[in-house]
Design a protein around this ligand. Structure first.
Ligand SMILES: [Zn+2]
Length: 207
């Protein structure tokens, strides 16, 4: 084990993190490649949301993540909600929050939303200064104490609420050919016969 892995292990043990959660943390850290604070909090969030929904991690669930930072990863690792299988929607609105719901054919369905609750951060000064990006927070010096505080806090900094989630039905679509590159795309993504990749939003130029 590397030094950081040892540190994480001993901190999980000292805060009596359950073997089930320890397994969640280890898998998510490996996937993410390092123990980012937001990732660790995200593991607690997913675990809490699953419990509040009365679901099990093997169940088919849909998720919305309100931030691009860290939190999408525990949803992918623990619940297999991915962008590719359409069970993870990342809507970058900057709130550190996520919502889970079951499949539904109704226009709305019951879900659980879990978020970092600012009112609960007072007792956790390191999490608070990291979360608010306070200028006094020293990422390098405080990395491990912050991780320790995150394990100590667990769900204590989170709140959960019941919500009604809008269900987006599968759209019918037709294929169309871009008149510049000649590749096929869904026709509603063509503008005057030109795909996004050949339009003003192209992300590359031919080398
Ligand atoms: Zn094109």
């Amino acid at each position: 084990m590397s030094r950081i892995e040892n540190e994480i292990q001993s901190r999980m043990d000292s805060h009596a993190i359950s073997p089930r959660l320890q397994d969640y943390f280890n898998r998510c850290i490996e996937f993410h490649t390092y123990p980012a604070p937001g990732l660790l909090i995200g593991v607690f969030m997913v675990d809490y949301a699953v419990e509040q929904l009365g679901a099990t991690p093997g169940e088919k669930l849909y998720s919305v993540c309100e931030t691009q930072k860290c939190a999408p990863d525990p949803l992918q690792v623990l619940l297999h909600c991915t962008s590719g299988n359409h069970r993870l929607r990342v809507i970058p609105m900057g709130r550190f929050a996520l919502t889970l719901n079951r499949p539904s054919i109704e226009p709305f369905t019951e879900g659980i939303r879990v978020f970092i609750d600012p009112g609960k951060l007072e007792r956790y000064p390191l999490i608070n200064s990291w979360f608010t990006n306070h200028p006094s927070f020293n990422q390098r010096e405080k990395a491990l104490p912050l991780i320790d505080e995150i394990f100590r806090a667990g769900r204590d900094i989170l709140s959960a609420e019941k919500v009604r989630v809008k269900v987006t039905p599968k759209q019918k679509w037709q294929s169309g050919k871009c008149r510049i590159c000649g590749e096929m795309v869904p026709s509603d993504l063509l503008e005057e016969g030109v795909c996004i990749g050949c339009g003003p939003n192209a992300y590359y130029k031919k080398a």
